[in-house]
Design a protein around this ligand. Structure first.
Ligand SMILES: *Cc1c(COP(=O)(O)O)cnc(C)c1O
Ligand code: SF4
Length: 352
């Protein structure tokens, strides 16, 4: 056996796993026994937004299946290079919501801190794939101005750690940040938006649990799982440990063509989530970021899926279908207009 270099040996296991993620399209195709004809397009698309996927996540994909729903979230495709009308680099108005470097304040009572540019996985549909992290303060890990802003604005009761992926941050830096947030007396809640527990369940190590549990703030973690196949025993175990620590677990998914745009896939996802102690929170319509147009599901189809999902699941397992609109006061719920066959319009028409 070749001994690991000291640097690798001293790294926590999740960091070593993150460092040895697959980043070469040729390797991904080889590991999954996929057609090498996919390679030239994958390499071209990866030049704009690099491929990155941890090996443990690849292990949950079906070998030899180019349509695998997990693969479809990470494999660079030629379609990403097409210019699509209505798609841009800042689809949800993040830049206009910046109140300090790395701090986005869009909604009442809560603000979102972009703590790092790094992610354990690169999701091809990511709405922040073009985010200018370099001038957000996140890259330098300098949160001073953001913390000053939060301290001065007593209307902020909840802070959301986001990125990138906030759990791509090493434990000592996360501890320092959370301790500083603890000191801001008007804060009540700490929310962590992360996909790390999904793609790198080993990230949920004892030290992280101790850091989060040590905070005086109420704790919520919003995971990002799009398909039931992402939920394996290791993720289930990570969720159990997070819950034992007292953290409320929610999930947000993105409705993606070819990944989870069917009633069956959505209902399996919601039931599997609950089986590991996670409640479905949001189902997002795609944010219209350039390069992701081929993932878009028409709103009418999304509404049909939701209607059938409501007929299939208990109410508490049905996520809220939302769209993010730049400048809106919250994520906007997407409802169907009641059809006459529901009797609502006919009823009201009969009222004198
Ligand atoms: C999505 C988002 C939130 C959180 O919204 P909730 O509806 O509370 O989940 C907060 N701030 C920003 C900037 C966001 O984009
Ligand atoms: S984990 Fe989240 S922020 Fe990172 S690439 Fe995926 S969608 Fe984007």
């Amino acid at each position: 056996m070749i001994p690991a270099s000291p640097a690798v040996r001293e790294m926590p296991r999740w960091q070593a796993e993150m460092a040895r993620a697959i980043t070469q399209p040729a390797e991904l195709l080889r590991v999954l026994a996929l057609d090498p004809a996919l390679l030239p397009a994958a390499e071209r698309a990866a030049e704009r937004f690099p491929l990155r996927v941890p090996r443990g996540f690849v292990a949950r994909m079906r070998r030899g299946d180019p349509d695998d729903p997990l693969l479809r979230q990470v494999l660079p495709l030629a379609a990403e290079l097409d210019d699509a009308d209505g798609f841009g680099s800042d689809p949800v108005g993040d830049l206009a919501a910046r109140v300090a470097p790395g701090l986005l304040h869009k909604y009442a009572g809560r603000a979102l801190l972009v703590v790092t540019a790094a992610c354990g996985v690169h999701c091809r549909y990511c709405f922040r794939r073009d985010y200018p992290y370099a001038d957000s303060g996140a890259r330098a890990g300098d949160w001073r101005a953001a913390l000053e802003h939060i301290t001065a604005d007593t209307s902020i009761r909840e802070i959301i750690l986001s990125g990138g992926d906030p759990l791509a941050l090493a434990n000592p830096r996360l501890r320092a940040l959370i301790e500083q947030l603890d000191d801001i007396t008007h804060l009540q809640r700490l929310r962590i938006h992360s996909r790390q527990p999904v793609v790198l369940p080993e990230r949920i190590d004892d030290e992280l649990l101790e850091i989060i549990a040590g905070s005086r703030l109420q704790q919520v973690m919003v995971l990002h799982v799009n398909h039931a196949n992402e939920i394996d025993a290791a993720l289930g175990d990570a969720c159990r440990r997070l819950r034992q620590t007292g953290i409320t677990l929610l999930n947000q998914a993105v409705l993606l063509a070819g990944v989870n745009d069917s009633v069956k896939t959505q209902s399996q996802l919601c039931e599997r989530l609950f089986a590991v102690g996670v409640l479905p929170y949001y189902l997002h319509l795609l944010d219209r970021v350039q390069g992701a147009a081929h993932y878009e599901v028409p709103t009418e189809r999304a509404l049909t899926i939701m209607e059938l999902l409501r007929a299939e699941l208990p109410g508490f397992l049905v996520p809220r279908l939302v769209r993010e609109e730049a400048g809106a006061a919250a994520k906007s719920p997407v409802y169907s207009t009641p059809e006459p066959r529901h009797g609502l319009r006919e009823e009201s028409a009969r009222v004198p």
